[in-house]
Design a binder for this molecule. Structure first.
Ligand code: AHM
Ligand code: MG
Length: 335
């Protein structure tokens, strides 16, 4: 109920998790619930660090690099440490893969779950106060499987859950464990994520395209022609609007809410695209598909790719079902 403009019946993320467990798996031991609650705590910690970054000397470079040869920002490192520590302490994980850590982290005697994550995505936006986010994918291993990198070198179809947290004008968590994603908004005064949309669905079609157009000289013919079609539809319809934040979480969140298409294609320079399959492409593809949208590479579904290594990249096009179908007509056309 809403009384005097206040929801007097808030459902917090930990409560939602418990309700789901009682509904879906009444005999489960609650290990996934413990893991999801741990993720929730880490996201709240990072949100709080992001909000006060300028005040507590957390902006700027840390003076180190990660395996991708990228400079690490101080907040990248803080976020990475928080997620590693909180996930390890949850007791539910045996393998962790982070964008910021070269090798997989194996936790001996940990639980059945493995988590792949980008602790703070959109680093180029940190220092100017533009939205950034965290992306996570969750796998479960067989009890007999030894903890190893093999637990996560699986296609995205094997994910048991995925989530992102957007540190934006408000802090949003979008989470799916096999069903349509649920959207939670952080109530800063409660310090709790409160359920704001129980089941999200991507509009069938949108009027926004989102791509780093600065790379257009490097695109292949299909992508160039499709983007031209977005700007100047051959049926004489209205052009799409261009929106590109440069933080995948923000661009994907908008795409799920408003519809349209987000693209990071392979190009002449980045021959496998830029985004990482395990902790960027797959979790987002899983969430978008769970919301009724689609996510593909130049060839087929992102979720069908079986990764060979933990930091590999993949091209990605995701969004509204009809927009992706229109793109496919260009991708499959003979040059
Ligand atoms: P990062 O992991 O170094 O932050 O890079 C990933 C980000 C994504 O959030 C975003 O979609 C993309 O890089 C933007 O790249 P570009 O600046 O090349 O457009
Ligand atoms: Mg990233």
């Amino acid at each position: 109920g809403v009384t005097n403009g206040l929801s007097t019946d808030p459902l917090t993320l930990p409560q939602w998790v418990l309700v789901q467990q009682q509904k879906e798996a009444p005999h489960a031991r609650g290990n996934l619930s413990i893991l999801l609650n741990a993720i929730c705590v880490a996201c709240k910690f990072v949100d709080s660090a992001v909000r006060k970054a300028g005040l507590s000397d957390l902006l700027g470079l840390a003076g180190t690099g990660n395996i991708q040869g990228e400079d690490q920002k101080k907040l990248d490192i803080v976020a990475n440490e928080v997620f590693i520590n909180v996930l390890r302490r949850s007791g539910q994980c045996s393998v962790l893969v982070s964008e910021e850590v070269d090798d997989e982290v194996i936790i001996e005697g940990g639980g059945e779950y493995s988590v792949v994550f980008d602790p703070l995505d959109g680093s180029s936006n940190i220092d100017c106060g533009v939205s950034i986010g965290t992306i996570l994918g969750i796998y479960k291993k067989e009890k007999t499987e030894a903890p190893s990198v093999k637990n996560v070198l699986k296609s995205g179809r094997e994910l048991v859950g995925a989530a992102y947290c957007l540190y934006g004008s408000s802090c949003s968590m979008v989470l799916s464990v096999g069903k349509q994603p649920a959207h939670f908004t952080l109530d800063p005064s409660l310090g709790e994520f409160v359920l704001t949309t129980p089941a999200m669905s991507v509009p069938e079609k949108g009027n926004i395209y989102s791509i780093n157009e600065g790379n257009s000289v490097l695109w292949d013919t299909a992508v160039s022609r499709y983007v031209q079609e977005c700007k100047n539809p051959s049926n004489g319809g209205s052009p799409k609007s261009l929106r590109y934040v440069g933080s995948m979480v923000a661009d994907v969140h908008r795409t799920i809410l408003y519809g349209g298409i987000f693209m990071y294609p392979a190009d002449r320079k980045a021959t496998k695209g830029k985004l990482r399959l395990l902790y960027e492409g797959n979790p987002m593809a899983y969430l978008v598909e769970s919301a009724g949208g689609r996510a593909i590479t130049h060839e087929g579904p992102v979720l069908d790719i079986v990764p060979a290594s933990i930091h590999e990249r993949c091209p990605i096009f995701l969004g509204s079902r009809i927009d992706i179908e229109e793109l496919e007509a260009f991708l499959h056309a003979k040059a």
